[in-house]
Ligand binder design. Structure first.
Ligand SMILES: [Zn+2]
Length: 237
């Protein structure tokens, strides 16, 4: 009877150990950390794209102002040229050249504006995609975090009931058995006891000699495997 209780204790302790390991490993296995890193990387990428777009928008604005200034300058120049106040041919020729330079500058500026506008449009498209990607990643991260939290809650409540069951069980077991169990458990990674199955030690799979086997029928005896030293239990159910 005591051995059976001790066996039950070992089963509970092994379950506790497995559960504690699960609790410890769950965060790493959940993939939350990797996804959180991915999320941060996406955020950085997004903010780089946003600041590039901002810079380009600023450049566009200044190009547009420059284009307007050229238009104004040309208008002013044209007014002067055709206003009848300038009579020197040389001066008029110089103005004409300046007019041509301004025209070339206008053309160049307008081309630059077009190129930049196209680039901005493309960047806005990419930015929109990044935002969607970030949203998706955020959602996934939240789901994964929620799943992890649920798993941990469940494991912890399982652990609490196992510990409760263990405490109740320990009360029923004599101290000398508990002491022996603790000593052997430490030596055999928690497996202090071994079931006897078909005359074989369930711990090390070595055959139990018939002379030794006889002691197993004495309910009060503590019989140890001659090979591995585990406490042997016969479970007849
Ligand atoms: Zn053994």
């Amino acid at each position: 009877m005591q051995l059976k209780l001790l066996w039950d204790l070992q089963e509970i302790d092994l379950s506790i150990r497995a559960l504690e390991q699960k609790i410890e490993e769950a965060p790493a296995l959940s993939g939350v950390k990797e996804l959180a890193e991915e999320f941060e990387a996406l955020k950085r990428e997004l903010s780089e794209k946003e600041s590039l777009l901002k810079d380009n928008s600023k450049t566009l604005k200044s190009l547009e102002m420059r284009a307007q200034k050229i238009v104004d300058d040309r208008k002013e120049l044209s007014d002067t040229m055709y206003g009848g106040t300038v009579s020197s041919i040389k001066e008029l020729e110089q103005m004409q050249r300046k007019m041509e330079l301004l025209a070339a500058d206008k053309k160049k500026t307008e081309d630059d504006i077009l190129i930049l506008m196209e680039s901005i449009e493309e960047q806005e498209g990419l930015l929109e995609k990044k935002v969607a990607e970030l949203d998706k990643c955020k959602q996934e991260l939240e789901n994964k975090e929620a799943t992890l939290a649920e798993d941990l809650d469940r494991f912890k409540s399982e652990l609490a009931s196992l510990k409760e069951a263990r405490a109740k069980l320990v009360e029923k077991i004599e101290t000398k058995y508990i002491n022996k169990y603790n000593m052997l458990a430490e030596k055999h990674q928690g497996e202090a006891l071994a079931k006897v199955e078909d005359d074989i030690c369930g711990g090390c799979r070595v055959f139990i000699s018939s002379a030794h086997r006889g002691h197993l029928y004495n309910p009060g005896a503590m019989v140890y495997c001659e090979n591995c030293g585990r406490l042997l239990v016969r479970l007849d159910n």
